[in-house]
Ligand binder design. Structure first.
Ligand code: GLN
Length: 484
């Protein structure tokens, strides 16, 4: 059963081939048996999952099956879940049990999904390798000595190891696309504002966006359909109808103009990754797309701008963790100052502290103009690059990450090397555009992802293109050795 896609599971459940309770037990048994190795889950909600599964079976028997009735999924531990610890990968929130669920979680619950548990992640979603989790690093199912990517590494690994049918994730600068790429699965980050951020622990509010990690584009479409939509509890949520992502999945892509930015194939790109991505672009040509060389001239400024803007926003967002209201509190504080300092000093990990320091510095009176305000101008230029490009092309294709999954420790001592992992994903985030990652081959036995970037609210086109590609190829069907 764990090999089946959501589309297949839906058929199996509705034909009565198996019940949601059987399916859920099967997944829970796999998690128990295999996840000691991968560490993709922080919390497994066994009893609640079984109760939800039984409720789904009862609803179906009563003729009231919601679109994802009885499908077992996992949520990144950044989404608040009522009554279930939401740690955000941090010691700071190790004891935090929210009294409410995020809108995205609520919507998927209403769509009938069963929650298997909460997935491991880099602390407060800061990282590209999952090495920053308080709960220990997640292992890449393809290569146990390598990182799964980050920050949604647990979500990516649990889908790749078939320990959930799909998982939610969040992407601030690449955290859905890059782990999807490193784990050989399909991930979509929709347009900023498409999925509600309400109840999602905030990292950098102008960039954070929820999305899906799944086995293939069709499954991603099925889940995103239920997650997306306006929410008046999130002031940046967009009040615009959600397109039907499944309706045009099978449509032909003849005549679609695919832009290929020269800047995404320059220095720093691993040659085997470049070759796999180029082969995938040729495959789109074979499917009838027209390929066009384009330029995104400010690409090289994206990482420096992102690593000012994201830390600046995080320094403000994380000021709420002060040891007073909720979260970690140091023991035996001497006075209020000591309470603040030690609660934050002991509760946050190294990367989070680095970002708070950088962000606070960049926002401080003497440096604001030199850093933050410059970064905002660069952000505008990067957005304009894309706006100009989309006047000529329908979609943009390129790599997701410069190299395949690297070994643990390879970059963790050099933050700049780690930040360069994000070179092809952060421009899209700064512009607020939708991006999709889909498997397009292997490099040194590890998965390589192709990134498709769409114009605003063009998620349906990205999913359609990815689906057509997946019908013509079988990269997405490849499994890591040892995943039975
Ligand atoms: N790797 C990037 C960072 O560390 C992106 C993280 C994310 O998208 N949440 O900030």
């Amino acid at each position: 059963m764990h090999e089946q896609t959501i589309a297949e599971l839906k058929r199996g459940l509705s034909s009565g081939a198996f019940s949601s309770e059987e399916l859920t037990r099967h997944y829970l048994e796999r998690i128990e048996r295999l996840d000691d190795t991968y560490k993709s889950y922080i919390t497994v909600t066994k009893e609640a999952a079984l109760a939800q599964a039984r409720a789904a079976d009862a609803a179906r028997a009563g003729g009231d099956a919601a679109p994802l009735c009885g499908i077992p999924i996992a949520h990144k531990d950044i989404f608040c879940t009522r009554g279930v610890r939401t740690s955000c990968g941090s010691k700071m929130l190790d004891n935090f049990v929210p009294p409410y669920s995020a809108t995205a979680v609520e919507k998927l619950e209403q769509a009938g999904c069963v929650m298997l548990g909460k997935t491991n992640m880099d602390e407060f979603a800061m990282g590209s390798s999952n090495e920053n989790s308080y709960y220990g690093e997640v292992k890449n199912p393809w290569h146990i000595d390598s990182v799964p990517g980050g920050s949604s590494g647990g979500s990516a690994a649990c889908v790749a190891a078939q320990l959930a049918a799909a998982a939610t994730g969040t992407d601030t600068g690449g955290s859905i696309r890059q782990p999807a790429s490193h784990c050989g699965i399909t991930g979509i980050k929709p347009t900023y504002g498409r999925v509600s951020r309400w109840g999602m622990v905030a990292f950098a509010s102008s960039l954070d966006q929820g999305g899906v990690l799944a086995r293939n584009a069709e499954d991603a479409a099925l889940v995103l359909q239920q997650m997306a939509g306006f929410d008046n509890r999130d002031s940046t949520s967009i009040d615009r109808p959600v397109e039907d992502y499944c309706q045009n999945l099978h449509a032909g892509i003849e005549g679609t103009v695919v832009g290929v930015p020269g800047e995404y194939f320059g220095e720093g790109l691993d040659s085997a990754v470049g070759a796999a991505v180029e082969a995938a672009i040729e495959q789109f040509e074979a499917l009838g797309a027209r390929i066009k060389a384009i330029h995104l001239p400010h690409t090289r400024l994206a990482v420096p701008a992102y690593y000012i803007i994201a830390p600046a926003e995080c320094s403000a967002n994380l000021s709420r963790f002060d040891g007073v209201r909720y979260g970690y509190r140091c023991s035996d504080p001497q006075d209020l100052d000591d309470l603040y300092k030690r609660s934050r000093g002991e509760g946050f990990g190294e990367e989070v502290k680095r970002r708070i320091l950088v962000g606070t510095y960049a926002l401080s009176a003497g440096y604001y103009d030199a850093y933050y305000s410059q970064a905002q101008k660069v952000r505008r230029l990067i957005k304009q690059d894309f706006v100009d490009a989309f006047s000529d092309v329908d979609v943009i294709a390129g790599p997701v990450a410069p190299s395949p999954a690297f070994r643990f420790g390879a970059k963790s001592r050099d933050p700049v090397a780690m930040y360069l992992e994000d070179i092809y994903t952060v421009p899209v985030s700064l512009a607020g555009l939708p991006g999709l990652s889909l498997p397009c081959g292997l490099a040194a036995g590890k998965p390589v992802g192709l990134q498709l970037i769409g114009n605003y609210f063009d998620e349906a086109r990205l999913l359609n293109m990815a689906h057509r590609f997946q019908q013509a190829t079988d990269h997405h069907r490849q499994r890591a050795a040892g995943i039975d």
